[in-house]
Design a protein around this ligand. Structure first.
Ligand code: PHE
Length: 459
């Protein structure tokens, strides 16, 4: 169970608390949420099973696992995943660091009162643009991540996941109770759950699909790596269902909470529009002190929740990179963790200073057709890296996994791995095989085509 919790922790992260509410907002709720749920079930769940089964059947981390399960050339696909983990972790810790900043701020406000007339937008800009502060925050977060992974799977990752996940759920439920009591909760529920297909753009469908990879930690080997630690005799289908269901539940709860608050305040809905950053780090901090019942307690708790959710994700990212070095290059865990953590932090520095601190990095861009294709014309190191990972690395990695499990591995191999452990009643091997061979790759190929030909953006 520890590993399933750790994998759930990997899935639950900034994607659930930061990205999902924003894209749901941006795509007008209802219909988008329904499409997202379909993507999770038809693409996310089968790929989750595929990654876990590849990991468990070989008991190796991503590069070794793909080499052994499919063939030597597939080590390259594994390497692509390791690189993806490296890049993703390097900028993820910057956003995670913001949650530390807002935690400290809200604790201060709860104790000595919310400063009258504070412009939260300015506060956000100042902290993000303060290079020294950004380095400290992301360094703090990176050190916490290294610390966990340093102690290994059982004593580090599993233990922290067991400890943090219940805390995370507890905080979320407290927030939910408070939010449901607010006047905007009815409107929020209707916005999220009442589908109106006239309001869904085709690009929204692809955005839902792209996000399902990010939020489930698929397409870069995190679940292959974690799968390698799942003991024999445990049902992969059941583990996958638990991870996917909990991840989806948390994303929906977080969205209900945030929207209940936003709809409770006159004029807030119009103000939020702008960006994901706006919702979590500009609108909410103030609302905890003006609108939310028990906000003085819930405010700091909310940012603890964001930080904890992020930590259980960053540790899985570092584990992908470190376990590759450990398994394929024979380096010991302690040394490998420190080396990888240090190397990744060099790139974190670039991400940390790309919110105004260093103009050159903030305004960095690659022009022309290639820049548009690879980075969607994004400006600044952080945005470019996020665009490349979300639009290119995860979808291509995900496609490779569907091909590996659906077309390159034998029917016997996947069948026996999936039937090791008591299969849940809903599970049908034939159905899984159909989804992994046809439905999932077609859907992922659609994302890639959309990115290339229609310039759709999933980041
Ligand atoms: N699933 C994490 C989130 O939702 C992000 C992540 C992606 C973590 C890939 C690990 C691997 O925030």
């Amino acid at each position: 169970m520890g590993l399933v919790l750790a994998a759930t922790g990997s899935a639950i992260g900034l994607g659930n608390l930061w990205k999902f509410p924003f894209i749901t907002w941006d795509n007008n709720g209802g219909a988008f949420v329904l499409v997202y749920l379909l993507c999770i079930a038809a693409v996310g769940l089968p790929i989750m099973m595929a990654e876990l089964l590849i990991g468990r059947s070989t008991q190796k981390s991503v590069v070794g696992a793909l080499k052994e399960a499919v063939g030597p050339a597939w080590g390259l696909v594994g390497g692509w995943g390791v690189l993806c983990g490296f890049i993703l972790l390097s900028y993820y810790t910057v956003i995670a660091g913001w949650s530390l900043f807002y935690f400290a701020k809200t604790v201060g406000w709860s104790m000595s009162g919310y400063p009258a007339g504070l412009a939260t937008g300015d506060l956000f800009g100042e902290q993000a643009g303060n290079g020294g502060l950004q380095l400290m925050l992301s360094l703090g977060f990176s050190l916490a991540t290294v610390w966990v992974v340093y102690f290994g799977i059982q004593k580090g990752i599993e233990r922290i996941a067991r400890l943090l996940l219940p805390v995370l759920l507890g905080i979320l439920l407290l927030l939910l109770v408070s939010a449901l009591g607010m006047s905007g909760s009815g409107e929020a529920l209707a916005f999220i759950f009442r589908p109106n297909f006239a309001e869904l753009e085709p690009t929204g469908v692809l955005e839902a699909l792209g996000h399902s990879f990010f939020t489930l930690s698929l397409g870069m080997g995190a679940m292959i790596t974690y799968g390698s630690y799942i003991p024999r005799g445990h049902s992969i289908a059941k583990a996958s269902a638990i991870i996917v269901a909990l991840d989806t539940l948390i994303a929906l709860l977080a969205t209900i909470i945030m929207f209940s608050v936003i709809f409770s305040v006159a004029g807030m809905a119009e103000q939020v529009g702008g960006s994901a950053v706006g919702m979590l780090f500009i609108s909410l901090p103030e609302l905890f002190y003006s609108e939310v019942p028990f906000g003085r307690i819930l405010g700091p708790l909310f940012y603890v929740l964001v930080a904890l959710a992020a930590l259980t994700s960053t540790m899985s990212l570092l584990e992908v990179v470190a376990s590759y070095i450990i398994d394929e290059h024979g380096v010991g865990r302690h040394k490998a963790t420190l080396m990888c953590g240090g190397a990744i932090f060099v790139f974190t520095i670039l991400a940390a200073i790309s919110f105004g601190a260093v103009p050159f990095v903030t305004t960095l861009e690659l022009g022309g057709a290639l820049g548009d294709l690879l980075f969607g014309g994004k400006v600044g190191w952080f945005s470019m890296a996020d665009h490349f990972v979300s639009n290119w690395m995860l979808p291509t990695g995900g496609l490779a996994v569907t091909l590996a499990a659906g077309w390159f591995m034998s029917r016997d191999a996947t069948r026996s791995e999936l039937s090791d452990g008591t299969e849940p009643a809903w599970f049908r091997y034939g159905a899984w095989r159909f989804f992994i061979r046809f439905v999932a790759p077609a859907a992922v190929a659609a994302i890639i085509v959309a990115v290339i030909f229609f310039g759709v953006d999933f980041s």
